[in-house]
Design a protein around this ligand. Structure first.
Ligand code: ZN
Length: 728
């Protein structure tokens, strides 16, 4: 699955990176002013991390002057400065009002925000042994810091006073929402608890922060240390040239010339499972991948999961909620776990029914080929691909020759130009943290106004989390003057041979458009306060703009101009496009079931309360009760389920992709009903009500503004090729 990093001012609102990675980070922000409290900036060696960002475009992250050893002192200085700022707000003798309390908080913590932004980038893309030591030490300290703010009684009393004041009615709707957000976030973080309960809460949060760090470091270790080495031509049987090239490059990076290496990441393992004719090696690769974090020994995550679940259950009780899931969903669009489960179960039955049909087709094909086997999970992708070829005459490898990473990137830029009037120009005058990273300036096509910067870090490498995600380095705001945004897209495409175009799969192309959707959500932001900016929206709403953008990949306009053959430059033939379209819901049983099983396990684990859970046993029993088909596994098994156990942000929240997809499918219908995917009027409504408003209004209201009504689930069922009867 694809993700984004959302950060927010004050850790409690926020955290983290998504997808496979979740790095806890704090958000504060840089204002127009130099750091307020010079006294804490005493260590000259941390100056680069602490200073206001210099350079063009109102300053850019100083990625070229980062030293890992400086993170700890810089984080400590940033926290000290932020605490001093908060203390000044809390002890203000003037009566509390919006300006001297809420706005003052929005202005605070800018230095820490800059430090944690870069710290988060290192955590997800430049991670190594030296950095991990810092992470292990700082994660609990950052958690304690956050609690120190939310547990500051004088501060909370001021926030509460503003929230309850009759004056609030005179504020703008955005200011009222910001006040509501501060108030509820503080309450939800325990601001109202008694002293002892607060102390225990902080203890729990620090413990959890340490466990999240260990969980993600364990997964990273098993993704880095384990790999499959192929030594002979026979072991490459069935692999297309692009997969062989990737394996050659991976072997070179591992200094194992003369061999081919399949890395323990999805972008390496999935293609291997799809094409390798060697059933024994497929099983080996599959086992390696699905058992990450579940191998016993020092990187095993099972005990950590048990402890995380117990601590979360205890914390939920302390805060007055039935379970962790109830706590997490209160401010989400779904509001209650029951509503999320209801949607998941409605889709589960048709998805599983489709899996049984898919397996029957694969079994028949295997029999016809003379293979005397029962389809096992390591066979699914392999035989699905064969059925796809047989039934739709569609060969993923044939499609891939038209999917060049750089051409598709140009295609995304073109789409952003058509829908939002953006123009992208490459820039080289800003520092990057790795030579693979490239940067573009985004401007308004008509007015030439500077919109923001887009950083692109597309390739897999050691020390980088697997998966794909978006991260905002700086959020748009115009609170103390206009601040433009800086966003990034990160992926793990396999680089291949130097000088050759990178060819990607259709799925990867969708991921590319998905992450770009998150980036466009950030780039379109037009709000006053940074806490409400861009992607700082409810978890089950944030995947809506990104999933929506996936739809533009398959528009004829993009395919004809940008899906061009890597050798001949000729556009993808219409006949092939027709076959892609005919096969659009093929294997949807597999895709939906592997996702939903993970989402249901996530939710059920967090609804189970304080019982001591053995993750493997819980997974097995729950899946059996659900009627999970034997032929596939959860997309993320619990021992490496980073969305859920590397931080709080997607915990009891993996359902969000489905929830958002209801909106996505329904919203694309608005374009279809109008003039098509590039209809100017619908695009303008999309910008106005969805992409530009951040969290300044309730998401359900925003959606109604765009669509004129609430979303209906029929479009989702149709999109996935499931029967629509009974859905609403
Ligand atoms: Zn996403």
């Amino acid at each position: 699955m694809r993700d984004l990093i959302t950060r927010s001012r004050l850790m409690l609102f926020a955290t983290a990176l998504i997808c496979y990675g979740i790095a806890t980070s704090v958000h504060t922000t840089s204002g127009m002013n130099p750091p307020a409290n010079q006294s804490v900036i005493t260590d000259a060696s941390t100056a680069a991390l602490l200073a206001k960002w210099a350079g063009p475009y109102s300053g850019v992250p100083p990625f070229d002057s980062v030293k890992v050893a400086e993170f700890k002192p810089a984080l400590e200085a940033g926290m000290a400065e932020n605490l001093a700022e908060v203390q000044r707000i809390a002890s203000n003798t003037a009566a509390p009002n919006f300006e001297n309390t809420i706005e003052a908080l929005e202005r605070a913590g800018r230095t820490l925000d800059r430090v944690t932004t870069i710290y988060g980038v290192w955590g997800s893309t430049m991670n190594g042994p030296e950095f991990q030591v810092v992470q292990r030490e700082m994660a609990p300290k950052l958690a304690a810091f956050s609690d120190q703010i939310t547990q500051n009684e004088a501060l909370f009393r001021r926030i509460e006073a503003v929230y309850n004041s009759p004056e609030k009615a005179r504020l703008t709707p955005e200011q009222q929402r910001l006040t509501w957000r501060y108030y509820t976030n503080f309450v939800r973080a325990g601001a109202r608890l008694e002293k002892d309960a607060k102390a225990r809460l902080s203890e729990i949060n620090q413990k959890l922060a340490g466990l999240y760090t260990r969980f993600s470091q364990n997964v990273l270790a098993e993704e880095t240390d384990q790999f499959l080495v192929l030594k002979t031509e026979e072991e490459l049987a069935g692999l297309p040239q692009s997969v062989r090239d990737g394996a050659t490059a991976a072997a070179a990076a591992k200094k194992m010339p003369g061999t081919w290496v399949i890395m323990n990441t999805r972008s390496s393992v999935d293609p291997f499972l799809t094409y390798s004719d060697r059933r024994d090696l497929r099983e080996k690769a599959w086992r390696m991948f699905v058992n990450r974090g579940d191998n016993g020994g020092e990187h095993d995550n099972n005990a950590i999961i048990t402890e995380i679940l117990q601590l979360r259950a205890e914390r939920a009780k302390l805060l007055g909620y039935q379970t962790h899931a109830h706590w997490r969903l209160e401010n989400a669009m779904a509001k209650t776990p029951e509503r999320a489960v209801e949607l998941m179960e409605a889709v589960w039955k048709p998805a599983v029914a489709r899996v049984h049909e898919e397996v029957a087709d694969m079994q028949a094909l295997a029999r016809k080929e003379g293979a005397n086997i029962k389809i096992e999970p390591w066979d699914y992708r392999y035989y699905a691909e064969k059925v796809r070829k047989a039934r739709y005459d569609l060969d993923q490898n044939e499609v891939k020759q038209y999917l060049q990473l750089e051409k598709l990137r140009e295609g995304m830029f073109w789409v952003a130009g058509e829908l939002f009037g953006f123009n992208f120009t490459p820039v080289t005058n800003v520092p990057v943290y790795h030579p693979d990273v490239r940067v573009w300036e985004v401007t308004d096509k008509k007015t030439k106004r500077h919109i923001g910067l887009w950083y692109f870090d597309p390739y897999a490498r050691s020390g980088k989390r697997s998966g794909a995600w978006m991260n905002a380095y700086r959020s748009q705001e115009r609170f103390d003057g206009e601040v433009t945004t800086i966003v990034s897209n990160n992926a793990n495409f396999v680089k291949g041979q130097p000088g050759e175009p990178v060819l990607i799969s259709w799925d990867d192309a969708e991921t590319l458009f998905h992450e770009f959707g998150h980036a466009l959500h950030g780039l379109n932001s037009n709000v006053r306060y940074p806490s409400l900016s861009g992607t700082a929206v409810a978890r089950d709403y944030v995947e809506f703009p990104s999933q929506l953008m996936e739809h533009w990949l398959s528009t004829p306009q993009v395919l004809q101009r940008f899906a061009v053959h890597y050798k001949t430059g000729k556009p993808i033939p219409q006949a092939l496009v027709d076959r892609i379209n005919r096969a659009s819901t093929f294997n949807e049983g597999f895709a939906t079931t592997e996702y939903l099983s993970a989402a249901l396990i996530d939710m059920k684990m967090h609804l189970a309360g304080a019982q001591k859970i053995d993750p493997d046993a819980f997974e097995k029993k729950t899946l059996a009760d659900l009627g999970m088909p034997d032929e596939l596994v959860m997309r993320h098994r619990t021992p490496h389920f980073l969305h859920v156990f590397a931080g709080d942000s997607y915990s009891a929240g993996y359902y969000s992709y489905l929830w958002s997809d209801v909106l996505t499918a329904d919203a694309f219908g608005a374009f279809v009903e109008a003039g098509g995917p590039y209809d100017r009027a619908v695009a303008e409504r999309l910008r106005k009500h969805i992409f530009s408003v951040g969290n300044t209004i309730d998401p359900a209201e925003a959606y109604r503004g765009f669509r004129g009504r609430d979303a209906r689930t029929e479009a989702l069922m149709r999109k996935r090729g499931f029967p629509t009867t009974g859905s609403k």
